[in-house]
Design a protein around this ligand. Structure first.
Ligand SMILES: [Zn+2]
Length: 309
């Protein structure tokens, strides 16, 4: 019966080959990604600012890609933000937090999840912070908190608006209470922006959840979201189990949040720079490069002046 055992083993090996799925890292480093039409070349998607030409899904992008799209002629300066000592709690679960940080840094070429840059947006000087979801889910830890505070400080010192592009799963559990205290720290720092009458814009980029939604992402003078972005505090299943009601299919999407007044506008990625600079030119009462061209569009934007402090 030896031949039978060999045949079965051979069959199992064949099955394993066909069943093997690509790992997360293999998918991320591949030239291909998938969307509504099936596999699509990343290069094709890049031509359309990583938005699907068919369904308009806004795919996730890195802070550097964002800065390249937002700032005038892709010119910007990255600001070096303070980096805290790694893993002060000596946290280990399925792997050590130190290893997670090491992997995230290699994968993203960033020291922490948030990058801060300064430059011109249609002629208006701004500070921009952007989270990288590929860096431990864009979570808010001590270094990320410091990055946001540094960006706010830069805005106050130079009297220029602050734009915070959030894409995060929330506070970083590996830093426990230290990460949670970051929510209070960024909130206090944003209050300083408001005391100095400096505009604070939030841009939601899929997904924004947990402690980030519950702190800096909810405090913008103007709240903008990319289409289809998940905006949540706790997950859909938790909410459903708590309220014991069937939730609408678009629950926690940007479109649902807009309908219920949680955000002000949904803007396609290709129009972000134009719309932000137009709104800034109104708030700052000064001309941006697009101001004169788009003056007539102001009325269409239907901005509620009461929203702006
Ligand atoms: Zn698509």
């Amino acid at each position: 019966m030896n031949w039978l055992k060999k045949t079965i083993r051979f069959g199992e090996k064949i099955k394993k080959i066909f069943k093997r799925r690509a790992t997360k890292d293999e998918i991320e480093s591949s030239d291909w990604t998938s969307c509504c039409v099936g596999p699509i070349l990343r290069k094709e998607l890049e031509k359309n600012l990583f938005c699907c030409p068919n369904c308009n899904k806004h795919h996730r992008i890195s802070p550097r890609q964002r800065f390249g799209m937002l700032f005038d002629s892709g010119n910007y300066e990255i600001l070096k933000t303070p980096i805290a000592k790694d893993d002060i709690l000596n946290w280990t679960d399925t792997k050590s937090y130190k290893d997670r940080l090491k992997e995230a840094r290699i994968k993203t070429n960033q020291d922490c999840a948030i990058l801060v840059a300064t430059g011109k947006l249609n002629g208006i000087d701004v500070t921009v912070a952007a989270s990288n979801f590929s860096f431990i889910g864009g979570s808010l830890g001590i270094s990320e908190t410091e990055a946001v505070i540094y960006a706010i400080d830069h805005s106050i010192k130079n009297n220029i608006p602050f734009i915070n592009i959030c894409s995060s799963g929330g506070a970083r559990m590996y830093e426990s209470l230290f990460a949670l205290s970051g929510m209070t720290k960024v909130t206090l720092a944003i209050n300083l922006l408001k005391k100095n009458n400096i505009p604070y814009f939030v841009v939601y980029a899929d997904p924004v959840a947990g402690g980030v939604t519950a702190s800096m992402a909810m405090l913008g003078d103007i709240q903008i979201s990319e289409p289809g972005c998940l905006i949540a505090f706790s997950g859909r299943r938790v909410v459903q189990a708590t309220v014991k009601e069937e939730l609408p299919s678009d629950f926690q999407l940007a479109e649902f949040s807009l309908k219920h007044g949680m955000i002000d506008r949904i803007v396609d990625r290709k129009n972000l720079a134009k719309e932000i600079s137009l709104l800034l030119s109104i708030l700052l009462k000064k001309n941006s490069d697009v101001d004169s061209k788009l003056e007539n569009e102001t009325s269409k934007l239907n901005i509620k002046s009461s929203k702006v402090s």
